[in-house]
Design a protein around this ligand. Structure first.
Ligand code: ACM
Length: 382
């Protein structure tokens, strides 16, 4: 009998980031089913063991231990918030396992036991900042959820603002599980500061509260947009379309991308979860990283981290966003930066696409903003 490849899957189905993490779970299981229908990974059926870590770092850590020690898996697909990745990674390292992490994050991290398939700051913060400074201005207010990713992402955005001789007028944090009044208070401070742009690092269920409170307060998104890296289709699905319209996100994938691999992925996802299902970049990375891992198992000869890393070296995959591969120097992924703006129906319209995929550079301290003043390569959409 062929031995199945048992893998762990840790995405929250409950708690503050359940909406986006559920899309990551669904996309992981979609990829596993596709691989199994095509004969398995290196001929072995993939057998997922799925737990709900409830958007809390402690639960993530406990369940990672259960997967690695009791269930005896070596590979875990999982984590959205950086606080949960930081809770899981020491456990994965101690057990000589591998975490495959499909979420944008703040960079400045490397582990031989982690493969990062979401965007690093040189693949999203930098492109978003350029777009904002060019089209809206460089006087910025930061509003974030109160945990590590927003602090670090704001530090990077602050460097970009200062490099452009702009100003961070205010920096505010709301609880991870906020009440509408928390966002209303933050927006009162925005009114006083009169910035060109709000940079939001609010995650999860607080996101819709922020955009709804902004809309109710009568702000105009064409004059003062909210720009974010964490407001995706999953969070927009929890807002009224008029609250979403005009705001801006940078990510490697948007559900509306008009290219064959993206359309195939979105159609397969919506076939399983309904025609209105949101399919964000976090789900796309969750999907392609399973395909990469399956390819690596076949090439590397085993599921130990060093074998999978060996198998990933030079492996290309035609992901929904475009061709991707893992950079062996830092275990992050070559990705396709894009900037999109939400239209009046609440759909992302891509307004800028990188001319080529971008090498991950997670330790980059200063980001190149506009090396040749006035010249910014990339495809600008009408
Ligand atoms: C995140 O916490 N990496 C979004």
């Amino acid at each position: 009998m062929i031995e199945p490849w048992r893998v762990g899957v840790l995405f929250s189905q409950t708690g503050v980031t359940a909406a986006v993490e559920t899309t990551q779970l669904n996309a992981t299981l979609l990829a596993i089913d596709e691989i199994n229908e095509a004969g398995g990974a290196a001929g072995r059926p993939i057998e997922p063991i799925v737990y709900d870590p409830a958007s809390t770092p402690r639960r993530f850590r406990t369940l990672a231990e259960r997967l690695l020690i009791e269930d005896r898996v070596r590979v875990i697909f999982g984590c959205y918030m950086s606080s949960t990745r930081k809770a899981v990674l020491p456990v994965v390292e101690a057990a000589r396992g591998l975490l495959m992490y499909p979420t944008l994050y703040e960079g400045f991290e490397y582990s031989p036991n982690c493969i990062y398939t979401g965007a690093a700051p040189n693949q999203n913060s930098q492109q978003l900042a350029r777009y904002l400074f060019r089209h809206h201005g460089n006087r910025v207010v930061f509003i974030g959820s109160n945990y590590v990713y927003p602090y670090e992402s704001n530090r990077i955005m602050g460097d970009l603002v200062r490099q452009a001789k702009g100003q961070v007028l205010d920096e505010m944090y709301v609880p991870l599980d906020p009440r509408p009044a928390d966002l209303e208070r933050a927006l009162k401070a925005v009114s006083r500061a009169r910035p060109d742009v709000i940079f939001s690092t609010v995650v999860g269920s607080g996101t819709a509260m922020l955009y709804d409170a902004y809309h109710r307060a009568g702000f105009d998104s064409s004059a003062l947009p909210i720009a974010s890296l964490t407001t995706s289709e999953a969070e927009v699905a929890e807002m009224r379309p008029e609250a979403a319209a005009g705001h801006i996100t940078a990510a490697p994938f948007f559900q509306t991308l008009d290219q064959p691999a993206a359309s195939r992925f979105v159609a397969a996802y919506q076939h399983r979860h309904g025609p209105a299902a949101a399919v964000p970049a976090a789900a796309e990375a969750a999907y392609f990283q399973v395909h990469l891992a399956a390819g690596a198992l076949a090439r590397g000869g085993g599921e130990a981290p060093e074998q999978l890393r060996e198998g990933l070296t030079g492996l290309e995959f035609n992901a929904p966003q475009g061709q991707v591969r893992i950079e062996p120097a830092n275990n992050h992924t070559h990705l396709w930066p894009r900037v999109a703006r939400l239209d009046p129906t609440g759909r992302f319209r891509v307004v800028w696409t990188a001319p080529a995929r971008v090498r991950p550079d997670p330790y980059r301290v200063m980001q190149e903003l506009d090396p040749e003043a006035g010249h910014w390569p990339g495809r600008v959409e009408a």
